[in-house]
Write a protein that binds this ligand. Sequence first.
Ligand SMILES: [Zn+2]
Length: 426
Amino acid sequence: MATKSVLMDRVFAAIDAATDEMVDFTCELIRVPTVNPPGDAYEECAHVIGRRLAACGFAVEYLAAEGRAEHTITHPRINVIGLRQGATARPLVHLNGHFDVVPAGAGWTVDPFGGRVKDGRIYGRGACDMKAGITAAIYAAEAIRRAGITLVGSIEISGTVDEESGGFAGMAWLAQQGRLSADKTDAVIITEPTNTDRVYVGHRGVYWFEVTTRGRIAHGCMPFLGVSAIEHMGVILDHLRRDLMPTLRARTTAMPVQPDGARHATLNINGIAGGQPIDGIQTPCVADICRAIFDRRFLVEEGFDATRAEIVTLLERAARETPDLLFELRDLMVVHPVRTPDGATVMAALDRAAQHVLGRSLRIAASPGTYDHKHVDRIAGVPNCVAYGPGILDLAHQPDEYCNITDLVQSTKILALSVLELTGSL
Ligand SMILES: [Zn+2]
């Protein structure tokens, strides 16, 4: 029987030999413009992934997100899952990638959906976030097969929709259907771009809320006869800036969130609208309504209940101190923070693989924003989950997004070794 290092060398040789295939497949994925919103070309992309999985020996299923409102005839939400069973069903390692991409936006010097290679880089919208990651997952599994290694446990690979808009018809839906669950899934690696040498162990929490202030309409030439909802929103913004923002900046999480600025609690004002629409015809009126939407990112140490209570207290104080200030608070979205538990086998396996391939340990980081990890942890109940994959995170959602071919190859090797270890095959 071949020794462990001979087997690993065979896998690496298979990945090196497949480099052109991997680049071509990533380009093929980029050429399918799976822009979200609205969720274009999902069915086509699911089939491109499904056909490749089938060619690599996977049993493939297409899963339409029935029951979700965003799954429509014009924009069907189709997920794809491939399973390659080893000698035993367990342990089962699930590799996931979302295939939706954000809109191209302005400022590109190449065709965002051309799928072109230049100077060792694959260019295009989704190159790093995260079509290269899907390629890495498939070819990590395929290299193991080409190396002639019989898996002990099983590999499952999914391509899912809508991560960029919350993942509700994608990973969340698969978890709700029991397609991803603690009963059958032992480890999950989401192959999001993590700069090849980092592993992401979770993210902060999200609380989106809407505040509405209500005033009283009056003639604009006698504003003292009315109550301006816009001025009252201004009072609330003053309170937020004066009383809350410094407190948030002073709070720091123990989670290794990158960049450092995102180690603190934050608040962003997403949008504000009050009075008459400014593009319309104006009449002299005091604004009787103003609405603003806020994005509060909270730390695992803060928790959601305290985060919300702090906002309520602040709004109530503003109302108490200001005559006629009436407000309503509406919760729009809550995502709880997640963190991979210490000692998770998936982290240990990736780290050992990185030491072998890169000659050093992976840096442990947490994400400033959320990704599908939350659904794996909270709905599927699989805490043994991290994000690891090719591509530079900072290039995600930017013009001229690219992925280095060398990153793609190295990440694929690290994923392949990790899968071998996690399935008990090495
Ligand atoms: Zn992504």
